[in-house]
Design a protein around this ligand. Structure first.
Ligand SMILES: Cc1ncc(COP(=O)(O)O)c(C=O)c1O
Length: 392
């Protein structure tokens, strides 16, 4: 079974062949998008057909309808649909006026697209370590990285768990900085009972197919409660123009395609149900893996309603465990094996090994287990049993 990993686009392989780990009694893919498509095919196919019939291939009614529904789901005043989450990472900072000479604080423990937001603006990403329990940006460590050049902090709601936004917002206010949420992995997650996406100055979302809300191609969005900023988002995603051939500011082509808007509009109606299923799966994993030596299951922080885009366990035996699970037909992923500060592209920033110890430990020890709403109890129990067998 070969499936596409949510962020890394790497192939996760569990081919079902028996090996030294013993017989394979079932295969568990890391992600299975086919089951979900089959379950909503009768809604998706006509929605796509409508776009084809209307020929509204870029933006158009399906996209506007999706924006309206999405902003209500996330209790935020404006949602502007884009061509990807990476575009969102860029546009959020660009429209806030971040540019060359500026510094943007970014967690070292995230997918690289978070950092591209700063890089694409010509600004410098400045990495900060994560909290060892939540795995999200540690507010006090972020504050230590502030310099006179710092203009913004990007908090990532990593794996589906919101970052600790109140202290981050207090720091942003104290130092007169923008705070941006990267919600790529956290659709419908809540911080102290409030949905992510409207908790800071601006936010970005990804609708990459493997995300909790995934398009059938690339997709993303930015959101904000600020009317003037929303207007800039709309113009900048479309060549800096509100009216055709009247370009008032720099821009890009970051428009969402009509077909993606139609698919996302259908899928949004199912998101609450899918999120509940992810949470149920996570609880079942928690129970099945409780009490194992050296194995840490995800901590849901008291302020958070985690939406489990990924279910990430930690063990010093990570590599051996991954190979063992592979031999049992279970595909797993690594999020993320190389922290951002140790990526060769960021070598010039001069942060070598040892700079961000919590992130580096996670990179060595984290293992993402299969997680998607359609995962069955039998599959989860089989994964838990296999992990127990590993320790036996
Ligand atoms: C935390 C984070 N930020 C940004 C992105 C970029 O999103 P996209 O792949 O839609 O460009 C992703 C996912 O790939 C992500 O996981």
């Amino acid at each position: 079974m070969t499936t596409l990993s949510p962020e890394t686009k790497e192939l996760e392989i569990a081919d079902g062949r028996p090996s030294s780990g013993g017989p394979v009694s079932m295969t568990v893919p890391f992600l299975d998008l086919r089951i979900q498509y089959q379950s909503i095919k009768s809604e998706i196919d006509p929605a796509i057909q409508n776009v084809l019939d209307s020929t509204a291939f870029v933006l158009g009614k399906a996209v506007t309808d999706f924006e309206d529904a999405f902003k209500l789901t996330h209790t935020v005043r404006h949602c502007v649909a884009l061509s990807s989450g990476t575009a969102g990472n860029h546009l959020a900072l660009w429209a806030l006026g971040i540019g060359p000479g500026d510094e943007v604080i970014i967690p070292a423990n995230t997918f690289i697209a978070t950092a591209w937001g700063a890089t694409l603006c010509g600004a410098t990403p400045v990495f900060a370590d994560c909290d060892p329990r939540s795995y999200t940006l540690d507010p006090s460590l972020a504050e230590e990285r502030i310099t006179p050049r710092t203009r913004a902090i990007v908090a990532v709601h990593l794996y589906g768990q919101p970052a600790d936004m109140d202290p981050l917002m207090a720091i942003a206010r104290r130092h007169n900085l923008f705070l941006v949420e990267d919600c790529a992995q956290a659709h419908c997650a809540e911080y102290k009972g409030k949905r992510v996406g409207g908790l800071a100055h601006a936010s970005s979302f990804s609708f990459y197919p493997g995300k909790n809300l995934g398009a059938y191609g690339e997709g993303g969005a930015v959101a904000t409660n600020d009317d003037a900023l929303a207007r800039k988002f709309r113009m900048m995603r479309d060549h800096g123009a509100e009216r055709k051939y009247r370009h008032e500011m720099p821009g890009h082509n970051y428009r969402m395609e009509g077909i993606q808007g139609a698919v996302l509009g259908v899928k949004l109606k199912h998101l609450a149900c899918w999120t509940a299923a992810r949470r149920r799966a996570a609880m079942r994993y928690n129970e099945g893996l409780a009490g194992l030596p050296d194995l840490i299951t995800p901590a849901e922080m008291p302020y958070a309603t985690h939406v489990y885009h990924l279910y990430v366990i930690r063990t010093p035996e990570r590599d051996r465990m991954q190979r063992f699970l592979q031999s049992k037909g279970i595909a797993t992923g690594l999020h993320y094996p190389v922290p951002l500060h140790l990526q060769s592209v960021f070598e010039p920033l001069g942060k070598g090994p040892g700079s961000f110890p919590n992130t580096e430990t996670l990179a060595r020890e984290c293992l993402s287990l299969p997680m998607y709403p359609e995962l069955t109890d039998e599959q989860i129990d089989y994964v838990c049993r296999s992990i127990r067998d590993f320790y036996d």
